[in-house]
Design a protein. Structure first.
Ligand code: AMP
Length: 284
């Protein structure tokens, strides 16, 4: 039976018996609207941990636009069913007042890695909100390990930095981006794309693939690679918020791709903000 828990006190009480029995506890933080991508994380956690807590919390502090927050899809019945089928033993779905009670005053800012790209386009508050809520969730659950998706690559880098800097005892694991058959990265926001925008949105992935191929063929100049990508996006009338090649740990932009790198893109398509990335592996 999968328990649905709404308060930190109940969560701790529930997990204390697991801990007394020396069971391992894994956490998969989500904002709900669960899709196959989330399920990859949950299944991975279930394969490695005895107790798997899936948190479902649309964190208001990481949204830069009230419109995006209000339009964010919510369907708890579906989420509980999907998470349970994936192997979750606990769904933690707190109210905002449980996470941010009156008097709440703490904010965690991870400098450097959070500042460009998502941090610059969504505003510094975005990653402050992410870092603060992730630190809170890890602490509420007392997780031995937590799973995050490579789709949100900068988020992963921010969380890794946070966990290391604050000496958190939680192991941070990642899972590759789950994609639809045509290659588009699965996202809760895809449901808001009109059919013609859904087709245009595919060019984000195509632009990453074109660069991936050029990189495999030996092109190392980031500016040249990015020019290839921009051409693909322009053909679909998409203006990227950013298209960059970065160091996977620091998210500093690279001029030459001589070691492992990440190609990252964000664009608004038909009013829906989408992000995607691919790894450019180190090559001899
Ligand atoms: P979200 O509910 O969008 O905050 O996502 C919760 C977790 O699921 C994050 O760690 C995301 O990176 C991860 N995730 C979202 N979409 C995907 C996807 N298509 N593939 C893999 N992981 C994903």
């Amino acid at each position: 039976m999968t328990a649905v828990i709404r308060t930190v006190a109940e969560l701790r009480a529930h997990l204390s018996s697991a801990r007394a029995a020396a069971k391992s506890v894994g956490l998969v933080p989500t904002m709900g609207a669960l899709h196959e991508g989330h399920l990859h994380l949950i299944r991975e956690a279930a394969a490695q941990c005895d107790e798997v807590v899936v948190s479902v919390f649309v964190n208001p502090t990481q949204f830069n636009s009230p419109d995006d927050l209000s339009k964010y899809p919510r369907n708890e019945d579906h989420d509980v069913e999907a998470a349970a089928a994936g192997g979750a033993t606990v769904i933690f779905a707190p109210a905002a007042s449980e996470v941010y009670p009156a008097g709440f005053s703490t904010s965690i800012r991870v400098l450097g890695v959070s500042e460009r790209w998502e941090g610059a386009t969504r505003g510094a508050n975005h990653f402050d909100g992410v870092a603060t809520v992730v630190a809170k969730l890890l602490s509420m659950v007392g997780a031995d390990a937590a799973w995050f998706g490579e789709k949100d690559a900068q988020q992963v880098a921010v969380v890794r930095r946070l966990a290391e800097d604050l000496n958190m005892p939680t192991a941070v694991h990642t899972v590759p981006t789950a994609r639809a058959d045509d290659g588009i990265a699965l996202s809760s926001r895809n449901a808001r794309l009109a059919p013609n925008d859904r087709a245009r949105a595919l060019s984000l992935y195509e632009s990453l693939n074109v660069v991936s191929r050029a990189h495999r063929a030996g092109e190392r100049d980031a500016e040249v690679l990015i020019t290839h990508a921009q051409k693909i996006l322009r053909a679909s009338s998409i203006e990227a918020e950013y298209w960059a090649i970065v160091d996977p740990d620091t998210f500093e932009p690279l001029e030459r791709v001589d070691s492992e790198a990440l190609a990252i893109v964000a664009a608004v398509v038909g009013g829906v903000r989408l992000i995607d990335n691919v790894r450019l592996p180190a090559q001899r």
